[in-house]
Design a protein around this ligand. Structure first.
Ligand SMILES: *Cc1c(COP(=O)(O)O)cnc(C)c1O
Length: 393
């Protein structure tokens, strides 16, 4: 008689997650007050300090109107993938505007940033390639490397010299370097000039995921590449997402003609999925325009960031070395982060606890994000609450 296969036992694994203080529960945000950072969570009105809507565009009237207007014309769904019959004028126009916005030959729109990174890395890296990534890269870049089947190397966080040693020691074959621009859980910046120089010297292809820099950093909001004045030769592939500063949904890769055409031919997360709803593309186009026209939003998000840092430092609250609207407060143990988050919620502030595996073990934190939608009084009250709950200093 055949031995029955061992059943998959989920309950013990879940119990172990619980025992380690790592069980994740979703809180339903019942209500958002339009054009503010106020939300209702667990029946309580509070100020949202964990959204990525840095410019306050998710409910901007022009963005919402563009979405509704396009839905009336095109319907809700794209009806097919881009290579079948899903590619429509809103997508085409958005891609051209993105190419101009990023000063690159072409851009291609993906349904999410996660999919953009998976598709990009796998399309670029064959099995003979080597992929090098920062140790704190976003999960989607890490997974892209794994899925590609290439040899994977992680270099110490933001360490261009260590990266260059790894690149120099590699065998033959293509080398691809992947890094977040602004690190999503830490808010610090990748040292892109040094990384780009190392890639140029070692003949490696550099792709930067600027999900959190686009719309926020640089003289005109073009992101970290503008901040460092790096061009398309130095950074041949740029990934951006629309779910952060542009308050919408979706992502893109911008680069040279051959890169983008390679993605059309080979990026499986582009080819085998339904195109982004055209109304979402219309909303993104409106958000891009507003982000440029209302540059005060970017300045405001950064001014509030400086204000938060000044007040927090004066109150003895330990901050990380981040000048961006991502302001982590490191607490270490997962339980401490959860307790701090709950204590804040009781006082009317929502800042989710970030725990492993999103961050390394022992590096659990509150991740505060600031937005143009916040009021000065929100920032002051948050710092007072942080001081009251005695975040360890
Ligand atoms: C949010 C994020 C992504 C994923 O983008 P989605 O569009 O939400 O899938 C990718 N990379 C980084 C650095 C991010 O912060």
């Amino acid at each position: 008689m055949a031995v029955p296969a061992a059943p998959i036992s989920l309950a013990p694994a879940l119990a172990e997650i619980e025992a380690r203080g790592l069980r994740r529960r979703r809180r339903t945000v019942q209500r958002r007050i339009p054009e503010s950072a106020e939300i209702e969570v667990d029946g309580r009105r509070c100020v949202d300090f964990c959204s990525n809507d840095y410019l306050g565009l998710a409910a901007h009237p022009q963005v919402v109107e563009a979405f509704i207007g396009a839905a009336r014309i095109h319907g809700v769904g794209a009806r097919a993938s881009h290579l079948i019959s899903g590619h429509q004028p809103e997508h085409e126009a958005l891609e051209q505007e993105l190419a101009a916005y990023t000063a690159r030959e072409r851009a291609i729109v993906f349904s999410t940033g996660y999919m953009a990174n998976l598709g990009l890395v796998r399309a670029l890296a064959g099995r003979e390639a080597s992929v090098f990534g920062d140790s704190l890269n976003h999960a989607s870049l890490i997974d892209g490397g794994r899925l590609s089947g290439a040899a994977l190397y992680r270099y110490p966080h933001a360490d261009a010299a260590a990266l260059e040693l790894q690149l120099a020691a590699r065998g033959s074959g293509a080398a691809i370097v992947l890094t977040d621009g602004v690190f999503s859980m830490d808010g610090d910046l990748a040292p892109l000039p040094a990384i780009a120089a190392a890639c140029a010297r070692q003949g490696a292809f550099l792709a930067v995921d600027d999900a959190h820099g686009l719309g926020v950093l640089g003289r005109t909001g073009r992101g970290l590449l503008e901040h460092f004045q790096l061009d398309a030769t130095e950074v041949p592939a740029l990934v951006g997402t629309f779910g952060k500063a542009f308050g919408s949904f979706g992502a893109f890769v911008a680069g040279g003609e051959d890169l983008i055409d390679t993605l059309v031919q080979r990026a499986r997360t582009y080819i085998y999925t339904t195109a982004l709803p055209p109304a979402v593309a219309a909303a993104i186009r409106a958000a891009l325009k507003v982000s440029i026209a209302e540059s005060w939003r970017r300045e405001r998000a950064l001014a509030l960031t400086r204000r938060f840092r000044a007040l927090a430092l004066a109150a003895g609250i330990p901050l990380a070395a981040s000048e961006t609207p991502i302001q982590p407060i490191l607490l270490g143990a997962a339980d401490d982060a959860v307790q701090a988050s709950n204590a804040l919620l009781e006082r009317g502030f929502y800042a989710a606890a970030i725990r492993p595996p999103t961050v390394p073990v022992g590096a659990s934190r509150l991740r505060i994000t600031l937005s143009a939608a916040h009021r000065d009084a929100d920032i002051e009250a948050l710092v007072a609450a942080l001081a009251e709950i005695q975040v360890p200093g």
